[in-house]
Design a binder for this molecule. Sequence first.
Ligand SMILES: Cc1ncc(COP(=O)(O)O)c(C=O)c1O
Length: 395
Amino acid sequence: MHSRMDRRSALKSGLLALGAMSVAPHLRAGAFSDAPLMLDPENRIFRSPMVREHFLPETFEAPQVIARLNLNENPYGPPESAQKAVAESVKYGNRYAGKEMSVLIDKIAKKEGLPADHIMMAAGSTEILEKVALVLFMHGGNVVSADPCFMSLIKAAESVKATWKAIPCKADWSHDLNAMEAAIDDNTKLVYLCNPNNPTGSITSGKDLLDFCSRVSEKVPVFIDEAYIELAVGANTQSMVSLLSQKKNVIIARTFSKIMGMAGIRVGYMVALPSFIQRINSIARTGSGISYTSIFAASASLDDLAFQDKTRRLTQEGKSYLCKQLDQMGYQYIPSYTNFVIFPISMPGKDFLAKMTAKGIAVRAFDIQNKPWCRVSIGTMDEMKAFVSALGQLG
Ligand SMILES: Cc1ncc(COP(=O)(O)O)c(C=O)c1O
Protein backbone atom coordinates (compact mmCIF):
# COMPACT_ATOMS: atom_id res chain seq x y z
CA MET A 1 0.00 0.00 0.00
CA HIS A 2 2.71 2.43 0.97
CA SER A 3 4.87 1.91 -2.07
CA ARG A 4 6.65 4.91 -3.56
CA MET A 5 5.33 5.89 -6.99
CA ASP A 6 6.44 8.25 -9.67
CA ARG A 7 4.18 11.24 -10.31
CA ARG A 8 2.51 9.80 -13.40
CA SER A 9 1.52 6.50 -11.78
CA ALA A 10 0.48 8.32 -8.63
CA LEU A 11 -1.91 10.47 -10.62
CA LYS A 12 -3.23 7.44 -12.46
CA SER A 13 -3.73 5.40 -9.33
CA GLY A 14 -5.92 8.04 -7.77
CA LEU A 15 -3.36 9.46 -5.43
CA LEU A 16 -4.39 12.77 -6.88
CA ALA A 17 -7.36 12.40 -4.59
CA LEU A 18 -5.06 13.41 -1.77
CA GLY A 19 -5.48 16.81 -3.27
CA ALA A 20 -3.10 18.86 -5.32
CA MET A 21 -1.32 19.71 -2.10
CA SER A 22 0.59 16.48 -1.76
CA VAL A 23 1.65 15.71 -5.30
CA ALA A 24 1.68 18.79 -7.47
CA PRO A 25 3.79 21.58 -6.01
CA HIS A 26 2.92 24.03 -8.75
CA LEU A 27 -0.76 23.79 -7.76
CA ARG A 28 -0.17 24.22 -4.10
CA ALA A 29 -1.07 27.79 -3.54
CA GLY A 30 -3.03 28.88 -6.57
CA ALA A 31 -2.03 30.37 -9.86
CA PHE A 32 -1.26 33.77 -8.42
CA SER A 33 1.14 32.73 -5.75
CA ASP A 34 4.83 31.98 -5.86
CA ALA A 35 4.35 30.38 -2.50
CA PRO A 36 5.90 26.98 -3.37
CA LEU A 37 9.18 28.86 -3.62
CA MET A 38 8.56 30.18 -0.16
CA LEU A 39 8.29 26.85 1.62
CA ASP A 40 10.06 27.34 4.90
CA PRO A 41 12.46 24.80 6.42
CA GLU A 42 9.48 23.06 7.99
CA ASN A 43 7.76 22.68 4.60
CA ARG A 44 5.17 25.33 5.39
CA ILE A 45 3.71 28.05 3.23
CA PHE A 46 3.20 31.53 4.58
CA ARG A 47 -0.54 32.07 3.97
CA SER A 48 -1.02 35.24 5.98
CA PRO A 49 0.51 37.02 8.95
CA MET A 50 -1.40 34.59 11.16
CA VAL A 51 -1.51 31.38 9.13
CA ARG A 52 1.13 28.93 7.88
CA GLU A 53 0.04 25.78 6.04
CA HIS A 54 1.93 22.49 6.25
CA PHE A 55 2.73 20.34 3.22
CA LEU A 56 4.26 16.93 2.93
CA PRO A 57 7.62 16.53 1.26
CA GLU A 58 7.57 15.40 -2.37
CA THR A 59 9.09 12.13 -1.28
CA PHE A 60 6.29 11.29 1.14
CA GLU A 61 5.02 7.76 0.62
CA ALA A 62 1.24 8.05 0.55
CA PRO A 63 -1.34 5.28 0.31
CA GLN A 64 -4.64 5.34 -1.53
CA VAL A 65 -7.02 7.91 -0.08
CA ILE A 66 -9.94 6.51 1.87
CA ALA A 67 -11.38 9.85 3.05
CA ARG A 68 -10.95 12.96 0.89
CA LEU A 69 -11.53 15.69 3.44
CA ASN A 70 -9.14 18.44 2.39
CA LEU A 71 -11.00 20.57 -0.16
CA ASN A 72 -14.46 21.23 1.31
CA GLU A 73 -16.16 19.38 -1.53
CA ASN A 74 -19.71 18.03 -1.46
CA PRO A 75 -19.42 14.23 -1.58
CA TYR A 76 -23.02 13.80 -2.75
CA GLY A 77 -22.86 15.79 -5.97
CA PRO A 78 -23.31 16.44 -8.72
CA PRO A 79 -27.08 15.96 -8.38
CA GLU A 80 -28.55 13.35 -10.70
CA SER A 81 -30.66 16.06 -12.29
CA ALA A 82 -27.48 17.94 -13.23
CA GLN A 83 -25.78 14.79 -14.50
CA LYS A 84 -28.74 14.14 -16.78
CA ALA A 85 -28.69 17.73 -17.99
CA VAL A 86 -24.98 17.46 -18.77
CA ALA A 87 -25.50 14.23 -20.74
CA GLU A 88 -28.34 15.77 -22.72
CA SER A 89 -26.47 18.97 -23.47
CA VAL A 90 -23.25 17.37 -24.71
CA LYS A 91 -24.68 17.07 -28.22
CA TYR A 92 -24.98 20.87 -28.42
CA GLY A 93 -21.28 21.29 -27.69
CA ASN A 94 -20.65 22.56 -31.23
CA ARG A 95 -22.68 25.72 -30.45
CA TYR A 96 -21.89 28.87 -28.48
CA ALA A 97 -24.31 28.99 -25.59
CA GLY A 98 -25.22 32.69 -25.59
CA LYS A 99 -28.97 32.23 -25.46
CA GLU A 100 -28.82 29.46 -22.86
CA MET A 101 -26.56 31.64 -20.73
CA SER A 102 -29.17 34.44 -20.81
CA VAL A 103 -31.84 31.98 -19.71
CA LEU A 104 -29.64 30.89 -16.79
CA ILE A 105 -28.93 34.50 -15.82
CA ASP A 106 -32.67 35.26 -15.86
CA LYS A 107 -33.30 32.27 -13.61
CA ILE A 108 -30.63 33.39 -11.12
CA ALA A 109 -31.84 37.01 -11.24
CA LYS A 110 -35.34 35.84 -10.39
CA LYS A 111 -34.02 33.79 -7.47
CA GLU A 112 -32.07 36.79 -6.15
CA GLY A 113 -34.98 39.20 -6.71
CA LEU A 114 -32.98 41.57 -8.92
CA PRO A 115 -32.89 42.53 -12.61
CA ALA A 116 -30.66 40.37 -14.84
CA ASP A 117 -28.10 43.15 -15.28
CA HIS A 118 -27.06 42.59 -11.65
CA ILE A 119 -25.73 39.08 -12.40
CA MET A 120 -22.35 38.10 -13.84
CA MET A 121 -21.58 34.43 -14.48
CA ALA A 122 -18.16 32.83 -14.05
CA ALA A 123 -16.42 29.47 -14.11
CA GLY A 124 -16.56 29.10 -10.33
CA SER A 125 -16.30 31.89 -7.81
CA THR A 126 -12.50 31.77 -7.91
CA GLU A 127 -12.76 33.40 -11.33
CA ILE A 128 -14.83 36.20 -9.81
CA LEU A 129 -12.44 36.72 -6.90
CA GLU A 130 -9.43 36.89 -9.19
CA LYS A 131 -10.98 39.06 -11.91
CA VAL A 132 -12.34 41.57 -9.44
CA ALA A 133 -8.94 41.76 -7.77
CA LEU A 134 -7.06 42.22 -11.03
CA VAL A 135 -9.39 44.93 -12.32
CA LEU A 136 -9.61 46.86 -9.06
CA PHE A 137 -5.94 46.69 -8.17
CA MET A 138 -4.31 47.07 -11.59
CA HIS A 139 -3.17 50.53 -10.50
CA GLY A 140 -2.30 49.51 -6.94
CA GLY A 141 -4.15 50.28 -3.74
CA ASN A 142 -4.91 48.17 -0.71
CA VAL A 143 -7.50 45.58 0.24
CA VAL A 144 -8.84 45.27 3.78
CA SER A 145 -9.90 41.83 4.99
CA ALA A 146 -9.86 39.55 8.00
CA ASP A 147 -6.98 37.29 8.92
CA PRO A 148 -7.51 34.37 8.60
CA CYS A 149 -9.60 34.42 5.44
CA PHE A 150 -9.86 32.73 2.05
CA MET A 151 -6.84 33.86 0.09
CA SER A 152 -7.66 33.79 -3.66
CA LEU A 153 -8.70 37.44 -3.92
CA ILE A 154 -5.87 38.63 -1.69
CA LYS A 155 -3.24 36.65 -3.63
CA ALA A 156 -4.55 37.97 -6.96
CA ALA A 157 -4.50 41.55 -5.62
CA GLU A 158 -0.97 41.11 -4.31
CA SER A 159 0.15 39.72 -7.67
CA VAL A 160 -0.54 43.15 -9.18
CA LYS A 161 1.23 44.85 -6.30
CA ALA A 162 -1.72 45.75 -4.10
CA THR A 163 -1.07 45.65 -0.39
CA TRP A 164 -3.15 43.73 2.10
CA LYS A 165 -4.36 45.15 5.39
CA ALA A 166 -4.93 41.98 7.40
CA ILE A 167 -7.21 42.55 10.37
CA PRO A 168 -7.16 39.76 12.96
CA CYS A 169 -10.54 38.13 13.63
CA LYS A 170 -12.12 38.64 17.04
CA ALA A 171 -11.79 36.09 19.85
CA ASP A 172 -14.92 34.26 18.60
CA TRP A 173 -13.40 34.26 15.07
CA SER A 174 -16.04 36.63 13.69
CA HIS A 175 -14.90 39.65 11.66
CA ASP A 176 -13.65 42.60 13.65
CA LEU A 177 -15.84 45.04 11.73
CA ASN A 178 -14.82 48.11 13.74
CA ALA A 179 -11.13 47.44 13.17
CA MET A 180 -11.77 46.75 9.49
CA GLU A 181 -13.62 50.02 9.06
CA ALA A 182 -10.87 51.90 10.90
CA ALA A 183 -8.27 50.38 8.55
CA ILE A 184 -9.86 51.91 5.43
CA ASP A 185 -7.81 54.79 4.02
CA ASP A 186 -7.63 56.81 0.81
CA ASN A 187 -5.82 53.95 -0.93
CA THR A 188 -8.37 51.27 -0.05
CA LYS A 189 -10.01 49.93 -3.20
CA LEU A 190 -11.98 47.09 -1.66
CA VAL A 191 -13.06 45.47 1.59
CA TYR A 192 -13.28 41.67 1.33
CA LEU A 193 -15.28 39.55 3.77
CA CYS A 194 -15.97 35.87 3.70
CA ASN A 195 -19.17 34.94 5.54
CA PRO A 196 -19.16 32.18 6.70
CA ASN A 197 -15.38 32.39 6.75
CA ASN A 198 -12.79 29.89 5.53
CA PRO A 199 -10.67 28.39 7.13
CA THR A 200 -12.45 29.14 10.43
CA GLY A 201 -16.03 28.13 9.53
CA SER A 202 -17.23 31.00 11.74
CA ILE A 203 -19.93 33.56 11.01
CA THR A 204 -20.39 37.26 11.54
CA SER A 205 -23.78 38.49 12.74
CA GLY A 206 -26.13 39.33 9.86
CA LYS A 207 -27.31 42.54 11.46
CA ASP A 208 -23.79 43.80 12.21
CA LEU A 209 -22.71 42.92 8.69
CA LEU A 210 -25.71 44.63 7.10
CA ASP A 211 -24.98 47.82 9.06
CA PHE A 212 -21.28 47.61 8.21
CA CYS A 213 -21.83 46.98 4.48
CA SER A 214 -24.49 49.63 4.26
CA ARG A 215 -22.24 52.28 5.82
CA VAL A 216 -18.85 51.29 4.42
CA SER A 217 -20.03 50.75 0.84
CA GLU A 218 -20.67 54.51 0.66
CA LYS A 219 -16.87 54.94 0.82
CA VAL A 220 -15.47 51.82 -0.85
CA PRO A 221 -16.93 48.67 -2.50
CA VAL A 222 -17.50 45.77 -0.09
CA PHE A 223 -17.10 42.23 -1.44
CA ILE A 224 -18.88 39.47 0.49
CA ASP A 225 -17.86 35.93 -0.43
CA GLU A 226 -20.89 33.74 0.36
CA ALA A 227 -19.49 30.39 -0.83
CA TYR A 228 -20.92 28.57 2.21
CA ILE A 229 -24.01 30.65 3.02
CA GLU A 230 -26.45 27.93 1.94
CA LEU A 231 -24.84 25.59 4.47
CA ALA A 232 -25.05 28.05 7.38
CA VAL A 233 -27.84 26.16 9.15
CA GLY A 234 -29.05 27.87 12.32
CA ALA A 235 -26.69 30.80 11.85
CA ASN A 236 -27.48 34.29 12.99
CA THR A 237 -26.55 35.65 9.62
CA GLN A 238 -27.92 36.30 6.16
CA SER A 239 -26.97 37.07 2.56
CA MET A 240 -26.03 40.67 1.77
CA VAL A 241 -27.81 40.52 -1.62
CA SER A 242 -30.71 42.58 -0.25
CA LEU A 243 -28.42 45.64 -0.10
CA LEU A 244 -28.33 45.77 -3.89
CA SER A 245 -31.97 46.74 -4.12
CA GLN A 246 -30.93 49.77 -2.02
CA LYS A 247 -28.24 50.46 -4.65
CA LYS A 248 -25.40 49.83 -2.20
CA ASN A 249 -22.01 49.16 -3.76
CA VAL A 250 -21.67 45.58 -2.53
CA ILE A 251 -20.44 42.61 -4.51
CA ILE A 252 -21.59 39.13 -3.61
CA ALA A 253 -19.97 35.93 -4.90
CA ARG A 254 -21.82 32.62 -4.93
CA THR A 255 -20.67 29.20 -6.05
CA PHE A 256 -22.21 25.95 -7.29
CA SER A 257 -19.20 24.08 -5.84
CA LYS A 258 -20.53 23.57 -2.31
CA ILE A 259 -24.30 23.22 -1.81
CA MET A 260 -24.80 22.08 -5.43
CA GLY A 261 -21.88 19.62 -5.39
CA MET A 262 -20.42 20.81 -8.70
CA ALA A 263 -16.85 21.87 -7.83
CA GLY A 264 -15.48 20.19 -10.96
CA ILE A 265 -18.22 21.54 -13.25
CA ARG A 266 -17.13 25.11 -12.40
CA VAL A 267 -20.00 27.55 -12.10
CA GLY A 268 -20.31 30.63 -9.92
CA TYR A 269 -21.88 34.05 -10.15
CA MET A 270 -21.48 37.56 -8.89
CA VAL A 271 -24.34 39.80 -7.81
CA ALA A 272 -23.42 43.49 -8.00
CA LEU A 273 -24.52 46.88 -9.29
CA PRO A 274 -24.72 46.92 -13.11
CA SER A 275 -22.08 49.67 -13.18
CA PHE A 276 -19.67 47.47 -11.24
CA ILE A 277 -20.32 44.49 -13.53
CA GLN A 278 -19.70 46.71 -16.56
CA ARG A 279 -16.41 47.83 -15.03
CA ILE A 280 -15.23 44.23 -14.64
CA ASN A 281 -16.54 43.21 -18.06
CA SER A 282 -14.90 46.13 -19.82
CA ILE A 283 -11.48 44.76 -18.87
CA ALA A 284 -11.89 41.09 -18.03
CA ARG A 285 -14.63 39.94 -20.39
CA THR A 286 -16.40 37.12 -18.69
CA GLY A 287 -19.08 34.49 -19.22
CA SER A 288 -17.65 32.80 -22.29
CA GLY A 289 -15.52 30.61 -20.03
CA ILE A 290 -18.54 28.55 -19.04
CA SER A 291 -19.39 25.54 -21.18
CA TYR A 292 -22.78 24.59 -22.57
CA THR A 293 -22.77 21.57 -20.27
CA SER A 294 -21.97 23.65 -17.17
CA ILE A 295 -24.83 26.02 -17.97
CA PHE A 296 -27.28 23.13 -18.22
CA ALA A 297 -25.94 21.53 -15.04
CA ALA A 298 -26.28 24.83 -13.17
CA SER A 299 -29.83 25.34 -14.35
CA ALA A 300 -30.89 21.83 -13.33
CA SER A 301 -29.24 22.05 -9.92
CA LEU A 302 -30.90 25.38 -9.16
CA ASP A 303 -34.25 23.65 -9.56
CA ASP A 304 -33.18 20.65 -7.52
CA LEU A 305 -34.20 21.82 -4.07
CA ALA A 306 -34.43 18.22 -2.87
CA PHE A 307 -30.71 17.74 -3.56
CA GLN A 308 -29.85 20.97 -1.76
CA ASP A 309 -31.91 19.87 1.26
CA LYS A 310 -30.22 16.48 1.21
CA THR A 311 -26.78 18.10 1.16
CA ARG A 312 -27.70 20.34 4.09
CA ARG A 313 -29.16 17.46 6.08
CA LEU A 314 -26.28 15.04 5.50
CA THR A 315 -23.69 17.74 6.11
CA GLN A 316 -25.36 18.55 9.43
CA GLU A 317 -25.45 14.85 10.35
CA GLY A 318 -21.77 14.40 9.48
CA LYS A 319 -20.83 17.57 11.36
CA SER A 320 -22.85 16.62 14.47
CA TYR A 321 -21.24 13.19 14.51
CA LEU A 322 -17.77 14.70 14.12
CA CYS A 323 -18.30 17.35 16.80
CA LYS A 324 -19.65 14.79 19.26
CA GLN A 325 -16.58 12.62 18.71
CA LEU A 326 -14.26 15.62 19.03
CA ASP A 327 -16.01 16.54 22.30
CA GLN A 328 -15.45 13.02 23.60
CA MET A 329 -11.78 13.12 22.63
CA GLY A 330 -11.33 16.52 24.30
CA TYR A 331 -10.73 18.59 21.15
CA GLN A 332 -12.14 22.12 21.14
CA TYR A 333 -13.33 23.17 17.70
CA ILE A 334 -14.64 26.47 16.35
CA PRO A 335 -18.45 26.19 15.89
CA SER A 336 -18.82 25.72 12.15
CA TYR A 337 -21.47 27.06 9.76
CA THR A 338 -19.87 25.39 6.75
CA ASN A 339 -18.99 21.92 5.48
CA PHE A 340 -15.72 21.82 7.41
CA VAL A 341 -14.52 22.07 10.99
CA ILE A 342 -11.22 23.42 12.27
CA PHE A 343 -9.74 22.56 15.64
CA PRO A 344 -6.44 22.86 17.50
CA ILE A 345 -4.37 19.67 17.63
CA SER A 346 -1.88 18.51 20.17
CA MET A 347 1.08 17.65 17.95
CA PRO A 348 3.06 19.60 15.36
CA GLY A 349 1.04 20.12 12.18
CA LYS A 350 3.62 18.42 9.97
CA ASP A 351 3.55 15.24 12.10
CA PHE A 352 -0.24 15.29 12.19
CA LEU A 353 -0.49 15.67 8.42
CA ALA A 354 2.02 12.89 7.83
CA LYS A 355 0.26 10.51 10.21
CA MET A 356 -3.22 11.16 8.85
CA THR A 357 -2.06 10.98 5.24
CA ALA A 358 -0.29 7.70 5.94
CA LYS A 359 -3.68 6.35 7.04
CA GLY A 360 -5.31 7.49 3.80
CA ILE A 361 -7.01 10.51 5.37
CA ALA A 362 -6.62 13.76 3.41
CA VAL A 363 -7.00 16.87 5.59
CA ARG A 364 -5.30 20.26 5.95
CA ALA A 365 -2.90 21.28 8.69
CA PHE A 366 -2.22 24.89 9.60
CA ASP A 367 -0.31 26.80 12.22
CA ILE A 368 -2.55 29.65 13.34
CA GLN A 369 -0.90 32.09 15.71
CA ASN A 370 1.93 29.55 15.96
CA LYS A 371 -0.34 26.77 17.23
CA PRO A 372 -1.19 23.67 15.17
CA TRP A 373 -4.72 23.17 13.77
CA CYS A 374 -6.47 20.59 11.59
CA ARG A 375 -9.16 21.54 9.09
CA VAL A 376 -11.36 18.63 8.10
CA SER A 377 -14.15 18.74 5.53
CA ILE A 378 -17.47 17.03 6.15
CA GLY A 379 -17.56 13.97 3.90
CA THR A 380 -19.85 10.95 3.93
CA MET A 381 -20.55 9.27 7.27
CA ASP A 382 -18.08 6.50 6.32
CA GLU A 383 -15.40 9.11 5.68
CA MET A 384 -16.12 10.84 8.98
CA LYS A 385 -15.86 7.52 10.81
CA ALA A 386 -12.55 6.80 9.07
CA PHE A 387 -11.31 10.26 10.11
CA VAL A 388 -12.41 9.82 13.72
CA SER A 389 -10.87 6.38 13.90
CA ALA A 390 -7.54 7.64 12.49
CA LEU A 391 -7.60 10.61 14.88
CA GLY A 392 -8.31 8.31 17.82
CA GLN A 393 -5.27 6.19 16.95
CA LEU A 394 -2.86 9.11 17.00
CA GLY A 395 -2.49 9.06 20.75
C1 LIG B 1 -14.63 31.03 0.77
C2 LIG B 1 -14.42 30.44 -0.57
N1 LIG B 1 -14.64 31.21 -1.64
C3 LIG B 1 -14.48 30.73 -2.88
C4 LIG B 1 -14.07 29.43 -3.08
C5 LIG B 1 -13.86 28.98 -4.50
O1 LIG B 1 -14.81 28.13 -4.93
P1 LIG B 1 -15.07 27.86 -6.46
O2 LIG B 1 -14.02 28.52 -7.27
O3 LIG B 1 -15.04 26.38 -6.60
O4 LIG B 1 -16.42 28.44 -6.74
C6 LIG B 1 -13.84 28.58 -1.99
C7 LIG B 1 -13.41 27.20 -2.19
O5 LIG B 1 -13.19 26.42 -1.32
C8 LIG B 1 -14.02 29.11 -0.70
O6 LIG B 1 -13.79 28.39 0.40
